[in-house]
Design a binder for this molecule. Structure first.
Ligand SMILES: [Cu+2]
Length: 166
């Protein structure tokens, strides 16, 4: 599914565009957890724009400490009707994002699915706006590591994947 062509997607795309501009220092305040071999570093979401029912969720990092490739297959949360994994890519001079079936987590590798970067989780049909300072739980589904419930912090973007090494 392409984002372009329906209004919710356009708003969500806006969100990504705007958040990509904010490149400052990440706060020292963070949280994390583990699911099997996967270290889940600081799940967060950005405040949803007024009038939007779409949100975007990120991680400061997902690190696969294991010897086997794993994949994030999806997530569910009470705050949204559904969650999609989205990948952004340049299409000529336009950034487009589309739903993909999984976010690959190669063995012994750290992936940084931060805002402004290649990956995010799109929260569709939010039950209520996501406000700065909110926290909500989401259950992540990894192919190898299984399911893990995490706390997601809603915050204004403080840094971005742009310019970070993978
Ligand atoms: Cu998206």
């Amino acid at each position: 599914m392409q984002h372009t062509g329906f209004s919710a997607g356009r708003l969500a795309w806006h969100l990504c565009l705007l958040s990509g501009l904010a490149v400052t220092t990440m706060s020292a305040v963070a949280h994390g957890s583990k699911a099997g071999d996967i270290s889940i570093d600081h799940p967060y979401a950005v405040p949803s724009p007024a009038g939007s029912t779409t949100g975007a969720m990120y991680f400061r990092a997902l690190k696969n400490n294991g010897e086997q490739t794993d994949r994030l297959l999806g997530a569910r949360t009470a705050v949204a009707a559904s969650v999609e994994i989205h990948r952004a890519a340049m299409d000529g001079s336009v950034m487009r994002m589309r739903a993909v079936e999984a976010l690959p987590l190669p063995a012994k590798t750290t992936v940084k699915p931060m805002h402004g970067g290649e990956w995010h989780l799109m929260l569709l049909n939010l039950k209520a706006p996501l406000k700065d300072g909110d926290r909500f739980t989401a259950t992540l589904h990894f192919e190898g590591a299984g399911e893990k419930e995490v706390s997601v912090w809603v915050q204004q973007p403080r840094s971005s994947a742009a310019g970070h090494e993978r």
